[in-house]
Write a protein that binds this ligand. Structure first.
Ligand code: B12
Ligand code: SF4
Ligand code: SF4
Length: 383
């Protein structure tokens, strides 16, 4: 074991500002591989087509990620702790997951990890390869092996003192570093996240998330329609979801998050919904460049905004949704129709909305948007 090298790697991580750093050995993650393949086989990874069985096999073997890997250094940054952020100005506002309220964490990690990997190569004469999120390395089971935290029933890595509010990165290296021991902790009898999940995406016993039901999956990764039967449970989430994290009693951390991951502004946490519907490609890019929200792309975000308005919008939002029925994306047009149908009934503006839906139906040529319009009309003016 290379003790001096371990001390130096720890020092490098701390110099980069990582308050949490641990080492895991680089052997195959056998149990995690089996579990992941079983989940994939059952369709629980939804349409994340890149997570093929081959990808899952590679991502559970650090030796494939880096030939000759002996150790994996896990690092974590804490981010935006829970706090006050409701803007009670009567406008319809959406919710953005805390990790996405600031700069893109991939960029923040990449700079630091690249510098660390370079020093390991140049100073310690060993190979090193870094990753953050995109893999192929399954970071949570590796972090659990390193004793950074334990895998909660929400499937989040729970870190003592910080709970689930940390983001992870990893560096595989050919250095033979003394590994840290896993924690002997579990969630015990707690079931808060399971109860808090609005769509029932976490299995009754925990430790399994069905991405097909997960708001985070749909608002970030899904490129198509949000399943109609789930929309009403999305509340006002427009990017990601923190309900299982917010409910978690572990950590109850009220310290500062890493400064570079702090929310870009107050509007970042609870943006007003209707103005988001006006964004064209250029305005979307300008507003969200360098932030995780870019991943949803303009049409995906506006689709999410429509769903949120369908759940929390008022008669004041009807005009903006009416204009969204003319959007260039049929996905947005269809979801705008759904939202109008919901608001009409809630706000008692059925006649006005029925007129708008009928007028739009006369022009709509996309089959799925037409179907949404017809269903919304049936809701607003039943025969
Ligand atoms: C795909 C993915 C998603 C998907 C699927 C998530 C899922 N639960 O499967 C979606 C888009 C839904 C998603 C959502 C989120 N994600 Co995500 N996601 C990933 C990614 C790329 C892979 C995760 C994965 O392998 N899923 C496949 C399933 C099968 O694995 P798993 O659920 O983690 O289960 C493993 C272990 O738990 C273990 N295991 C299984 N069963 C059991 C049972 C017991 C008893 C035990 C002890 C262990 C155990 O084996 C499994 C297989 O390896 C990782 C980054 C990476 N490269 O690892 C980030 C990552 C997991 N995500 C992250 C975050 C922050 C989120 C969100 C909080 C974002 C948000 N606010 O919206 C949500 C949280 C939702 C949730 N409850 O998981 C962080 C998590 C940090 C942390 N503290 O845990 C990661 C690590 C990214 C990062 N670099 O920081 N995510
Ligand atoms: S992210 Fe939201 S929808 Fe997904 S498992 Fe957690 S609480 Fe449920
Ligand atoms: S809410 Fe409870 S059960 Fe869920 S992850 Fe946190 S401690 Fe575990």
């Amino acid at each position: 074991m290379e003790t001096a090298a371990r001390d130096r790697v720890m020092e490098l991580a701390r110099d980069e500002g990582f308050p949490l750093v641990r080492v895991a050995d680089a052997s195959v993650l056998g149990a995690a591989r089996e579990t992941a393949l079983e989940r994939q086989g059952r369709g629980l990874l939804a349409d994340m087509g890149w997570m093929t069985p081959e990808w899952l096999e590679r991502s559970t073997d650090p030796g494939v990620f880096l030939e000759g890997a002996r150790s994996v250094v896990l690092v974590a940054l804490p981010y935006a702790p829970p706090g006050e952020e409701e803007d009670a100005d009567g406008r319809s506002r959406g919710k953005v997951a805390r990790y996405a309220q600031g700069r893109d964490y991939h960029r923040v990690f990449e700079k630091k990890l690249r510098r660390m990997a370079r020093t390991i190569r140049e100073e310690l004469g060993a190979e090193a390869r870094a990753t953050v999120d995109y893999g192929p390395l399954l970071e949570r089971p590796l972090a659990a092996r390193s004793g950074m935290g334990w895998l909660g029933k929400s499937t989040m890595l729970l870190v003592p003192g910080f709970g689930p509010w940390v983001l992870l990165g990893a560096i595989a290296t050919t250095l033979d570093l003394e590994p840290d021991a896993p924690l002997r902790k579990t969630c015990g009898s707690c079931t808060r996240c399971i109860v808090a999940c609005p769509t029932g995406a976490i299995s009754p016993e925990g430790h399994v998330v069905d991405s097909r039901l997960c708001i985070s999956y749909h608002t970030i990764e899904n490129r198509g329609a949000i399943p109609r039967e789930l929309r009403a449970q999305f509340g006002s989430w427009i990017f990601g979801c923190d309900d299982c994290l917010e409910s978690c009693p572990v950590g109850r951390w009220h310290g500062e998050g890493y400064p570079e991951l702090a929310p870009v502004d107050r509007e970042a946490a609870a943006p007003e919904l209707a103005p988001l519907l006006e964004l064209d490609d250029e305005a979307f890019e300008e507003r969200f460049r360098g932030r995780p929200i870019m991943r949803a792309k303009r049409a995906g975000l506006l689709r999410n905004v429509c769903v949120a308005l369908g759940n929390v919008g008022t008669a004041d939002d009807v005009e903006a949704l009416g204009r969204a029925m003319d959007d260039s994306s049929p996905l947005v047009r269809g979801h705008a129709a759904w939202a109008l149908g919901r608001i009409a009934v809630r706000a008692g503006v059925e006649d006005r909305v029925a007129g708008m839906l009928r007028a739009r139906l006369g022009e709509e040529d996309d089959a799925s948007a037409r179907e949404e319009l017809e269903l919304a009309l049936a809701e607003v003016s039943p025969l």
